[in-house]
Design a protein around this ligand. Structure first.
Ligand code: AMP
Ligand code: ZN
Length: 114
């Protein structure tokens, strides 16, 4: 989508530190990491946020979770634990309106989150 930061990163118009890519999924390091490991995992399809997910996106969202889990195993932090977060709307902390999962690891995380 024109003007979407993450669509532009996926298209290669804006540089990123890529971690993973396939036909439907893209992952890169967060520019402002909040943990020793902080990777963003997103669909190439532009979906603004989880509230706009359609039933037809169920398989796609499953692939995001699978990609996150696979990245965790391949990078060696699956065993020590990780957190997968999807902020939805400004009130929940969303700042980029192309749905994405934060894959975070390498420190202890508190509950409930702030
Ligand atoms: P959220 O606030 O949940 O929408 O997450 C957006 C995330 O995108 C934040 O953690 C930002 O640090 C990250 N971010 C913003 N711009 C970039 C960029 N150019 N490259 C990588 N990560 C970015
Ligand atoms: Zn987008």
């Amino acid at each position: 989508m024109d003007g979407c930061l993450f669509c532009r990163i996926i298209k290669g118009e804006i540089p990123c530190s890529k971690v993973y890519e396939d036909e439907e999924v893209f992952a890169f390091h967060d520019i402002s990491p909040q943990a020793p490991v902080h990777i963003l995992v997103l669909p190439k399809k532009h979906i603004p946020d989880l509230s706009e997910m359609k039933e037809e996106d169920c398989g796609l969202m499953g692939k995001l979770v699978w990609a996150a889990s696979s990245i965790a195993r391949e990078k060696g932090f699956a065993g020590s634990g990780f957190r997968l977060v999807v902020n939805t709307k400004e009130s929940a902390g969303q700042s980029v309106f192309h749905v994405h999962m934060h894959l975070m690891s390498g420190r202890n995380f508190h509950w409930p989150p702030g």
